[in-house]
Design a protein around this ligand. Structure first.
Ligand code: GLU
Length: 409
């Protein structure tokens, strides 16, 4: 099943519970605009390469559209559309004044030199600068992109439109970025993990956790959950995984990864493969890497009682059904990883006000939004006897639907 079909399946389930008409469902699901561009680049060896870039703007009824840019070889129109729609529901779940969008380039950034990466980024902006901006659509980092790439985007955009730091978020802190943006997705994940554990009558202190993916999201989630007193038993990255039944020394692992660029070989740990990590004997499993990792094939092996989706779209509907039958609680992506876009919103607000917030302010406001959003989703799940995923969709779709009708069709 494609990622779009997955996202649509969840939407349809929530729409059914809400009693939304087919016409309204169609209106809410259909994207505003889909843009596909060619990016031609002269590589370092003098050869010409051609890449395809996308920006899909899904919904703008609640504000300017918002969402990341993904540089990954598997980027295609279907995946970008699915992720754009997730952004619409995500910004609505945490109630920040944005719609949803997503973009990307079908490219493997690890195979490009820094000069080539900068070139492809700037050329992409040349193609789409007219359709994004601080009041229309604001890109941000996602898989394969980072603060440096956001700085190039801002710089290239400003060549056309003049000084405008709010045209993109997730920038370096030295160049109009917000303190706390880099850690924000992982911090938000940690906060909702603690809230969900509390509902299960289990304190975060001593909770045993496995994290798949040790990039920007997984590593910060690990660090912050470790600070909260949890035991991170196993982690993995694209090259392999490691485990220590007594808990990994996360501050040391953060130093280790900076130097070695992978988790394997870390002190006091045994190597494990991906399947072993997903089936680890833990309280919480956090998928924080790519989509579609929990499937009908491996869902039966999961032993965690709580899954917190730090990645976008990590669970297929088949796996989701199995988790529901096995009473494994799943906190969905559109809530669990919404900390990133929330602090993107704070960055945009600071850029527009030309006033920088202290990191304590950023963390305090993020904490409140994540805790309140979790509680609201939980309440809907309780009242309507649905999973937290369907409850989050009900909350998001309800807000977008009401804004659409109030604005006038
Ligand atoms: N790419 C992140 C996400 O999927 C962040 C988007 C943003 O900050 O706009 O939520």
């Amino acid at each position: 099943m494609s990622s779009y079909e997955t996202a649509e399946r969840y939407f349809n389930r929530a729409a059914e519970v809400m009693g939304i008409s087919d016409n309204m469902s169609k209106l809410l699901k259909t994207p505003q605009r889909e843009v596909k561009v060619q990016i031609a680049l002269e590589m370092d060896d003098g050869q010409i390469s051609t890449f395809i870039g996308y920006r899909i703007q899904h919904d703008k009824s609640r504000g300017p559209m918002k969402g990341g840019l993904r540089f990954h070889p598997e980027v295609d129109a279907g995946e970008v559309l699915a992720l754009a729609s997730l952004m619409t529901w995500k910004t609505a779940v945490v109630n920040i004044p944005y719609g949803g969008a997503k973009g990307g380039i079908s490219i493997d950034p690890s195979k490009l030199s820094p000069r080539e990466l900068e070139g492809v980024t700037r050329k992409f902006v040349d193609e789409i600068h007219d359709i994004f901006g601080p009041d229309t659509d604001i890109p941000a980092p996602d898989m394969g992109t980072n603060a440096q790439i956001m700085a190039w985007i801002m710089n290239q955009y400003e060549k056309y439109h003049g000084y405008n730091p709010a045209c993109v978020t997730g920038k370096p802190v030295e160049l109009h970025g917000a303190d706390g943006r880099e850690e924000a997705t992982g911090r938000g994940t940690a906060i909702v993990t603690r809230s969900a554990l509390l509902k299960m009558n289990k304190p975060v202190e001593g909770a045993r956790i496995a994290i798949q993916g040790f990039g920007n999201v997984g590593s910060f989630a690990a660090e912050i959950l470790h600070e909260m007193g949890a035991k991170i038993i196993a982690v993995s990255d694209a090259y392999g995984g490691i485990r220590n039944q007594d808990g990994l020394d996360i501050p040391e692992l953060m130093k280790f990864i900076k130097e070695h660029k992978k988790v394997e070989g870390f002190l006091n740990s045994e190597n494990i493969d991906n399947a072993t990590l997903l089936a680890a004997d833990v309280d919480v499993l956090i998928p924080a890497a790519i989509g579609g990792v929990l499937t009908g094939e491996n869902a039966h092996d999961v032993r965690a009682k709580l899954i917190v989706e730090a990645a976008n779209n990590p669970t297929t509907p088949e796996a989701d059904d199995i988790f529901e039958r096995k009473e494994i609680l799943v906190i969905p992506d559109i809530l669990a990883n919404a900390g990133g876009v929330t602090v993107s919103y704070f960055e945009w607000v600071q850029n527009r006000q030309h006033f920088k917030w202290e990191i304590e302010e950023v963390r305090k406001r993020l904490e409140k939004i994540m805790v309140d959003s979790f509680d609201r989703v939980w309440k809907i799940a309780d009242e309507k006897s649905v999973s937290p995923r369907i409850a989050a969709y009900i909350l998001g779709i309800g807000r977008v639907g009401r804004a659409t009708v109030l604005g006038g069709i």
